[in-house]
Design a binder for this molecule. Structure first.
Ligand SMILES: [Mg+2]
Length: 284
């Protein structure tokens, strides 16, 4: 290995899929349930992906896989991962967990950046007004960091998303709409910010800046993919459908769904094993 490797990856519709997403996207593979809520299967992971992640999770500290998601810590910890990551990035970069505990230094840095954006209560009021007039079905606030609404895709489309964007832009908030969910996030929250923090921590400990591999399926993953040395975007994903930007370092998978996840994890394994002696150092 020429140096350490940091893999930051989105989960939903990148590595794990709801039964509905699998039905929509295709690319089904033998898989296991990794998340259940109130007796309902929420997410599944392909067995080959599970095995690949478990192998990556056995590498020494110089190889670190960090789930990087917009989920809240509680929603994230509900997912049964095949390895125990040292770091988890939740709340679209607003929260960093290390060994399951909140990184307080990062929490303070996030709070400082959030002070430059409108308060979450103000944006929640905008969403509540949309619930009142029937544009949005339900509104939620996540970890006091950002808001999201549940929408009917037949009644909330690109036009509604643009109208909401126009209202939130002056408040230094942005909007990301995907299917039945519309997210409103302060500009201070970006996965890439938190990745910079984790990468810095690793660099300090290892004496070398880790190479960054990343994967994600939506525009909430765009800065992370841009920041990465190598990135992967699943076929059939939001980014793929709206047009992959000219990122020479980013690969679009050949297949969608679980098959895309399998392709991505296999590429990480090949990268880590192929460029390094790390394989020999992996714990059995
Ligand atoms: Mg996703």
């Amino acid at each position: 290995m020429t140096g350490p490797v940091l893999v930051t990856t989105d989960l939903d519709r990148t590595l794990i899929f709801s039964p509905r997403a699998t039905e929509q996207l295709g690319g089904g593979l033998p898989r296991s349930v990794v998340e259940v809520l109130e007796g309902r299967v929420v997410s599944e992971m392909a067995d080959v992906v599970r095995d690949g992640l478990a192998q990556l999770g056995r590498f020494p500290a110089a190889v670190s896989v960090v789930p990087t998601t917009t989920r809240t810590p509680r929603q994230l910890q509900r997912v049964d991962l095949p390895f125990t990551p040292r770091f988890l990035i939740a709340g679209s970069g607003g929260v960093v967990l290390e060994h399951g505990r909140v990184d307080e230094g990062w929490a303070r840095a996030t709070a400082r950046r959030l002070a430059g954006c409108a308060p979450v209560t103000e944006v929640r009021a905008v969403l509540d007004a949309l619930v009142a007039d029937g544009t949005v079905l339900r509104a939620h606030t996540a970890e006091d960091l950002f808001c999201y609404g549940i929408v009917d895709p037949a009644r909330f489309g690109a036009e509604e998303a643009e109208r909401l964007t126009a209202r939130l832009l002056p408040r230094s908030w942005r909007v990301a709409h995907q299917g039945t969910k519309v997210y409103a996030l302060p500009d201070a929250l970006h996965k890439a910010h938190a990745i910079g923090h984790v990468r810095g921590r690793m660099a300090e400990e290892l004496g070398d800046v880790p190479e960054l591999l990343a994967a994600g399926d939506t525009w909430l993953d765009a800065e992370m993919l841009e920041l990465a040395d190598r990135g992967w975007v699943p076929a059939g994903s939001e980014i793929a459908r709206t047009g992959l930007p000219p990122w020479p370092h980013v690969t679009l998978t050949g297949a969608p769904g679980h098959a895309a996840a399998a392709e991505i994890v296999a590429a990480w394994q090949a990268h880590v094993l192929g460029t390094s002696a790390a394989g020999e150092r992996a714990r059995p």
